[in-house]
Design a binder for this molecule. Structure first.
Ligand code: PMP
Length: 340
């Protein structure tokens, strides 16, 4: 019998997919961990469950309790669905400028949405600060507890990857993995997975694939947190060393432009039949860079974080891509007038 126990039991243990084209091009074995197959559709299901489990163990949440977070992305979906599965409620605070599709998706997952004006982080009305304040208020008033998920600085996030993603990759490759690389949003994936792999074999090379507009490449390349340029990628890029990123064992940092990364997304559709999101494009481009740096014959693992169906209005939109000077194949232009 091979039966998974509900939503929580279905998180993780995702397959490793050999990426044929990237492997051929580099003479290495490039493997993508299929995180888009998690039940909530992304790698963030792992962090959501890790954060909620940690709060349960600490006695901060009991059935009927409330989870609060400021996010419009995959973390909100993951938290809301884990909450449903465990009998909690979720309050998700988002800037009102977020797309209707994202708002609908979060409501469908069971989240209560609080919309706030889109103002910068230094403004106290920024959605992150509002989410922290709501969590504090609810923690005082809810009989069954309330928590602020705080994905960036709550290290339960990286602990989840340390306990699951890293050991899974080690086992799935029979310990033959030579390199691991991914991008950073909170840093939970890179640091948690990186630490778990280094603990098993200190010679494993950990790479960082950083989009333009993010400051993390500069930090690991020359000790300077400095961002330049911009990127259409979503869910990744960071301007500071979060608590989850603190102590990440990064050996090889790479800065990757959209012009290099996004065509990888199209290539994955054409060559592998995989429809993936923007961060997977950065990750696969990073894996190819790391493979070329390490030389042929190595096994390199990266993350396929979520599905491209979450980004159709930008990623598969020829007009949008043209406006950003990002090359795309003919079939993207033919999807519909100007895109999808
Ligand atoms: N890719 C996608 C699509 C994401 O939503 C996220 C999370 N923000 C990441 C990558 C980065 O993962 P982490 O937060 O663990 O650094």
């Amino acid at each position: 019998m091979d039966i998974r126990n509900g939503f929580i039991g279905t998180i993780g243990n995702t397959p490793l997919i050999k990426l044929r084209k990237a492997s051929e091009e580099t003479g290495c074995t490039i493997l993508g961990k299929a995180e888009f197959l998690n039940p909530g559709g992304s790698v963030k299901d792992r962090a959501a469950w890790a954060i909620i489990k940690d709060a349960e163990i600490r006695g901060q949440l009991r059935p009927g309790g409330v989870i609060v977070e400021g996010t419009a992305g995959n973390t909100g979906i993951g938290l809301a669905l884990v909450a449903r599965a465990r009998g909690y409620r979720t309050v998700i605070v988002i800037p009102e400028t977020q797309s209707e599709e994202k708002k609908e998706m979060l409501r469908l997952c069971g989240a209560e949405l609080v919309q706030v004006p889109a103002v910068p982080y230094k403004n106290p009305e920024n959605y992150v600060h509002v989410s922290r304040r709501i969590a504090e208020e609810r923690a005082a008033s809810e009989p069954n507890g309330a928590i602020w998920a705080n994905q960036f600085d709550n290290v339960a996030n990286r602990q989840g990857h340390y306990e699951t993603t890293g050991p899974e990759i080690w086992q799935q490759t029979d310990g033959t993995v030579d390199g691991f690389i991914c991008a950073v949003g909170t840093g939970g994936t890179l640091c948690g997975t990186g630490l778990a792999l280094k603990e098993r074999n200190k010679d494993i090379t950990i790479g960082l694939a950083d989009p333009m507009g993010s400051a993390i490449y500069g930090f690991y390349a020359n000790g300077e947190l400095k961002a330049e340029g911009s990127s259409i990628t979503e869910g990744i890029g960071q301007g500071r060393i979060t608590d989850n990123l603190e102590g990440a064992p990064v050996d090889e940092p790479f800065q990757i432009t959209d012009q290099e990364a996004i065509p990888q997304v199209f290539s994955l559709v054409e060559e592998e039949g995989l429809i993936l999101g923007t961060s997977s494009g950065i990750n696969v481009a990073g894996a190819i860079r790391l493979a070329k740096k390490m030389g042929t014959g190595h096994t390199i693992v990266t993350m396929l974080c979520d599905s491209g169906t979450r980004y159709t209005s930008r990623l598969f939109n020829a007009d949008f891509l043209r406006s950003k000077d990002i090359p795309f194949p003919e079939w993207v232009a033919n999807l519909r007038d100007g895109g999808m």
